[in-house]
Design a protein around this ligand. Structure first.
Ligand SMILES: [Zn+2]
Length: 232
């Protein structure tokens, strides 16, 4: 879940016109892959219409607990017709690398949410129209772009490790800098954050479980149904 509204892309032809030779060399592979919109972002290419892939195909050992495909969420309603985690292709690849790193330590990831269709965001807003807790669909949630994930840590048997708060607990305990809780909970939060940051993800201050992939704001907001599966 993401509390604050995301921003719509504000980059136009001016940015594209500023490509220098180095940046042009960086984006060429993405152009070759068929991207129609490519923008440089801190030394990397972001393809705004990069396809969605099924995380279960890319990283099958990542545990899925897609809460919005059940009634076990803060809205107490099943909002997803299928328990499927779709993500932009490069984002799923990053998450696979995080999983590989964690497995060396006898740990792994559990995913609570990934790509969320815009129409589901509208339903969430209809049930709970408070911008402190739900992103206004008029602006879109970061999850609507397929480049945000809600995750926690599990041990080698898939059991969740203790964290300072539950998922989607909208309290001070969910804040990334919350100094309370036990030392073990804070240590687990740090291990998760370090593992995600090592592969370019950045965390949201108000939710220890939420991470964005680099350049998340350049991906387009989508309403592709989850039940349709991957986009190619
Ligand atoms: Zn989130």
């Amino acid at each position: 879940m993401f509390l604050l509204a995301g921003r719509l892309p504000r980059y136009g032809l001016g940015v594209l016109a500023c490509l220098d030779l180095l940046a042009a060399a960086i984006v060429l592979p993405a152009v070759a892959a068929g991207c129609s919109q490519v923008r440089p972002e801190a030394g990397q290419a972001v393809c705004a219409d990069e396809p969605l892939v099924d995380l279960a195909d890319v990283a099958p050992r990542i545990v899925l607990d897609l809460r919005y495909a059940t009634a076990d969420n803060f809205l107490r309603q099943k909002l997803y017709p299928v328990a499927r985690c779709l993500l932009r292709e490069s984002v799923a690849d990053r998450l696979r690398r995080v999983q590989d790193d964690l497995e060396v330590k006898g740990l792994g990831l559990k995913v609570f949410d990934g790509y969320r269709p815009l129409s589901v965001q509208r339903r969430m807003w209809g049930v709970f129209p408070d911008p402190k807790y739900v992103a206004d669909p008029a602006r879109g949630s970061r999850h609507n772009r397929g480049a945000a994930v809600d995750v926690t840590l599990v041990d080698a048997k898939g059991r969740e490790l203790p964290m300072p708060s539950a998922f989607d607990e909208f309290s001070e305990r969910a804040h990334r800098n919350y100094a309370g809780g036990t030392a073990e909970q804070r240590r687990n939060r740090r291990v998760l954050e370090d593992a995600m940051e090592r592969h370019g993800f950045s965390g949201l201050d108000s939710e220890w479980w939420h991470f964005d992939a680099p350049g998340w704001q350049h991906y387009t907001i989508l309403d592709q149904p989850l039940e349709r599966g991957v986009s190619r």
